[in-house]
Design a protein around this ligand. Structure first.
Ligand SMILES: Cc1cc2nc3c(=O)[nH]c(=O)nc-3n(C[C@H](O)[C@H](O)[C@H](O)COP(=O)(O)OP(=O)(O)OC[C@H]3O[C@@H](n4cnc5c(N)ncnc54)[C@H](O)[C@@H]3O)c2cc1C
Length: 305
C-alpha cells in the first residue's frame, strides 16, 4: 500500500462525514426501504439475487434492538409482497447482543419466524471477535428450531477450522468470507496468502460435507479455486452461490452471472451508514487519492472509485 493511501486510511475517521458519504455512495443503496427494494428489483432483472442489510450495529438499548427486528420483519413482508428474490442479513449487535444474549436470540427468532412464514431465509452476519462465540452459539440454538437460518465464517480466524468442523457435521448453510475487522495476530492470520489458503481449505470441507455455501469474495483467485472445487466435487449449481458486495467489482459479478452461477449481492441501506462506509473505504485504499483531491478542492464528485 502506498504511503499516501496508508495515511488516508489512518486519517479516515477525521475526514468530514459529508466526504465519507459521497465516496461510500456506490456501496450503499440509500437511506429508505424503497431505495433498497429498487436496487433489488434491478439486480433481479439482471439475473442476480440479493440480501438486504439494514445498517446499524452496537445497539445499546432494548427499544432500539426491538425496533431493528421489527424493521427486518417489515422488509421480509415487502420482499414477499413484491415477489423479489432477496433474503436478509442481520448483525446480532444490532439485535442487542451486547445488552442481553437471550433477549437478542429472541429478537432474531422473531425475524426467522417471519422469514419462515414468507418462505425466506435469514443470514446472521459475523462481526468482530468479541462476538464470535456468542454469535455461533445463538446460530446453533436457532438452527435447532429453524431450517431457514445461516451463519458466516471468517477465514482469517484461527478458530474457524474447528467451527467449520461443527457446522459441516450439522450441514449448515454457511457464508464463507475472509473477514473484515482488524483482529490481533493471536487469533487471526495476518498473512494474505495464509488467509487465502485457509479460505480454500474451509471451503473444501464445507462443500465436501454437503453444506450449502455462500462463497463471499471478490478475490478472483478465490473465485477460481472455488470453481475448481465445484468441478472436482461434481456439485450442481444449487449447492452453492457466489456473494459480492454492492458496488464492488461488477465486472466479475456479471461474468459469474453470465456463466450461470447463482450470485447474490449484499445490499446495505439505512440511515446508519457511517461505520459500514468506513470499513468499505479502508478496504479500498486506491480511493485515497480521490479523497485527498476532494478535500483539497473542497468539493467535486469523484470521477471513478
Ligand atoms: C457478500 C459478502 C458478505 C460479507 N459478510 C461479512 C461478514 O459477515 N463478516 C465479515 O467480517 N466480513 C464480511 N464480508 C467482507 C469480507 O470478509 C472481506 O473483507 C471482503 O469481501 C474483501 O475480501 P475479498 O475476499 O473480496 O478479497 P480482497 O483481496 O480484499 O479483495 C479482492 C478484490 O476486490 C476489491 N475490493 C474488495 N473490497 C473492495 C471495496 N470495498 N471497494 C472496492 N474494491 C474492493 C479489492 O480491491 C481486490 O481487488 C463480506 C463480504 C461479502 C462479499
Amino acid at each position: 500500500m502506498a504511503l499516501l493511501e496508508k495515511l488516508v486510511v489512518r486519517l479516515l475517521p477525521a475526514v468530514p462525514k459529508s466526504v465519507v458519504r459521497r465516496f461510500s455512495r456506490p456501496y450503499i443503496a440509500g437511506e429508505r426501504i424503497e431505495d433498497a427494494l429498487s436496487v433489488v428489483r434491478s439486480l433481479n432483472g439482471a439475473g442476480a439475487l440479493a440480501t438486504l442489510d439494514i445498517l446499524g450495529e452496537d445497539v445499546t438499548s432494548r427499544e432500539l434492538a426491538t425496533a431493528s427486528a421489527e424493521a427486518y420483519r417489515e422488509v421480509l413482508k415487502r420482499i414477499a409482497a413484491e415477489r423479489l428474490d432477496s433474503n436478509v442479513s442481520v448483525k446480532l449487535s444490532q439485535m442487542g447482543l451486547k445488552v442481553d444474549r437471550a433477549f437478542c436470540r429472541d429478537r432474531v427468532a422473531s425475524i426467522c419466524e417471519t422469514a419462515r412464514d414468507t418462505g425466506n431465509f435469514v443470514r446472521i452476519d459475523m462481526e468482530d471477535s468479541s462476538c464470535t462465540e456468542a454469535t455461533l452459539a445463538i446460530y446453533h440454538d436457532l438452527r435447532a428450531s429453524f431450517a431457514n437460518v445461516g451463519c458466516v465464517i471468517q477465514a482469517y480466524l484461527r478458530r474457524s477450522a474447528d467451527d467449520v468442523a461443527r457446522l459441516a457435521a450439522a450441514k449448515a448453510n454457511v457464508r464463507l468470507c475472509k473477514g473484515i475487522y482488524v483482529e490481533p495476530r493471536a487469533i487471526a492470520f495476518k498473512d494474505r496468502e495464509i488467509v487465502r489458503r485457509s479460505y480454500v481449505t474451509l471451503l473444501e470441507t464445507l462443500l465436501g460435507s454437503g453444506c450449502y455455501v455462500g462463497i463471499a469474495t471478490h478475490d478472483e483467485r478465490l473465485a477460481f479455486e472455488a470453481l475448481n472445487l465445484v468441478r472436482k466435487l461434481g456439485l450442481s449449481r444449487d449447492r452453492y452461490e457466489f456473494q459480492m458486495l454492492l458496488g464492488v467489482d461488477t465486472q466479475l459479478r456479471d461474468i459469474l452471472v453470465r456463466e450461470g452461477h447463482r450470485l447474490r449481492v449484499y445490499i446495505p441501506y439505512g440511515s446508519h451508514w457511517y461505520p459500514y462506509s468506513l470499513r468499505r473505504l479502508k478496504e479500498n485504499p486506491a480511493i485515497a487519492g480521490h479523497i485527498v483531491r476532494s478535500l483539497v478542492a473542497g468539493s467535486g464528485e469523484p470521477s471513478t472509485i
